[in-house]
Design a protein around this ligand. Structure first.
Ligand code: HEC
Ligand code: HEC
Length: 357
């Protein structure tokens, strides 16, 4: 596993590569798909049968939405996986996507903040990529949202992308193994559009479900411990966590200010506010999924809370008071037992991580 500490120069290119998968998805790229999943069981890849299982989501999750103009194929996903783990996508060949989105850490990392990732914003904690396929917005501030915006994204970031993406494309086009893999998957050389489609296709196979919570929901009352069950009641009731962490992915997909990063006068990071320019969005960040959350410490957009206990204490105190604090964030007055129960429930959200291998 690659655990190199990246240099800032490398990361700029890298973060852009990370973004491009989401930025250009909306672009129509009408290649005939060599082997659409669902229509064929034979594949040039030895593990074709395996992917079959990987693409049906684990219990607790709905079917994965793939964009109409980029249906999943074995070749695309295989290629995306290769790219995801390849350090050749960084300038000095020291970092891959998996350096920060590490499968061993639920596709996150253990650092407070991966400096440089996310471009000029920097200093943000690496989010897990599990179930990212279901998110309406990507990045902590959701600066990439609808497919339309994904098309516009690269234009808005012209300065950065104009520099880095063509370099990656050029490099990959010079490597024989990628020449043939792109040809198999897209019938063309490497372009930024098909680079993005390949990476995104692989990312959509990174899923987590079938947790104790899911098994409980599927009718097995013994799946959750008594304590976790008490925690679930608090999550839904007294602590009203479910209000924002809702649905099968434990996220409303929206942005809230819970006070993280408020220093008494200002926010270290304006988050959603910097994207929309709206005052009430200042210091607001995307509600993250809570699946596998026990594995993705440290927490919050700035990695400022080291443990789940610290997160629960933070909410118990009513977050950090600031002029834009979400009305739902108020002191909870939880007892020590209640706090422990909430943490036990959060731990019950770890299940099976699956991804195409
Ligand atoms: C140096 C560490 C680093 C590397 C390398 C990296 N990322 Fe990221 N990634 C981050 C950080 C930090 C964020 C959050 C940035 C933000 O919100 O502004 C992020 C966010 C994302 C997101 C949005 C997830 C969400 O829930 O909002 C996706 C998708 C993503 N990265 C994919 C990739 C891909 C694909 C690659 C490789 C091409 C990659 N990343 C390489 C650190 C990294
Ligand atoms: C008003 C909406 C809202 C409520 C209510 C809420 N959360 Fe959150 N939660 C968020 C947002 C937004 C973030 C990210 C905040 C940030 O990083 O600035 C977050 C982050 C988290 C994280 C960190 C996850 C990570 O990957 O870093 C955990 C754990 C968490 N919440 C658990 C809870 C629990 C437990 C409760 C109930 C006590 C709760 N939340 C109530 C919106 C909410």
């Amino acid at each position: 596993m690659i655990r190199t500490r990246p240099k800032p120069g490398t990361i700029a290119v890298y973060a852009l590569a990370g973004c491009v998968g989401w930025l250009v998805l909306g672009q129509v790229f009408a290649w005939e798909n060599p082997s659409p999943i669902g229509e064929r069981r034979q594949s040039p890849f030895a593990k074709a049968e395996h992917i079959w299982a990987e693409l049906s989501p684990p219990p607790g999750l709905p079917a994965v939405p793939f964009p109409k103009d980029s249906p999943p194929t074995h070749e695309k996903i295989e290629l995306g996986k290769q790219l995801f783990f390849d350090t050749k996508l960084s300038i000095d060949e020291t970092v891959s996507c998996s350096s920060c989105h590490n499968p061993e850490h639920a596709f996150a990392d253990t650092q407070v903040a991966s400096r440089g990732a996310g471009g000029q914003q920097g200093a943000r904690n690496t989010p897990t990529l599990i179930n990212a396929a279901f998110q309406p917005y990507q990045f902590w501030d959701g600066r990439v949202s609808s497919l339309e915006e994904q098309v516009l994204g690269p234009l808005q970031n012209k300065g950065e992308m104009g520099f880095s993406i063509p370099m990656i494309v050029e490099r990959l086009n010079r490597l024989p193994q990628y020449q043939s893999a792109f040809r198999r998957a897209f019938g063309s050389p490497v372009t930024r559009e098909n680079l993005a489609q390949a990476l995104a296709s692989f990312e959509r196979t990174i899923l987590s479900g079938n947790s104790a919570y899911d098994r409980y929901g599927a009718g097995n009352p013994a799946a959750l411990s008594r304590q976790a069950m008490e925690g679930m009641k608090l999550f839904d009731g007294k602590a009203h966590c479910r209000h924002c962490h809702q649905g099968y992915n434990f996220s409303d997909g929206l942005f809230h200010n819970v006070g993280v990063g408020w220093n008494g006068n200002s926010f270290a990071d304006e988050g959603r506010g910097a994207v929309t320019g709206i005052s009430k969005d200042r210091g607001a960040f995307k509600t993250p999924t809570l699946r596998q959350v026990a594995q993705t410490a440290p927490y919050m957009h700035d990695g400022s809370l080291p443990t789940l206990e610290a997160v629960v204490d933070f909410y118990d105190q009513g977050g950090k008071r600031n002029p834009h604090l979400d009305a739902l964030i108020q002191p909870l007055r939880l007892t020590p037992q209640e706090k422990e129960a909430l943490v036990a429930f959060l731990r019950s959200l770890s299940g099976e991580i699956s991804f195409y291998r």
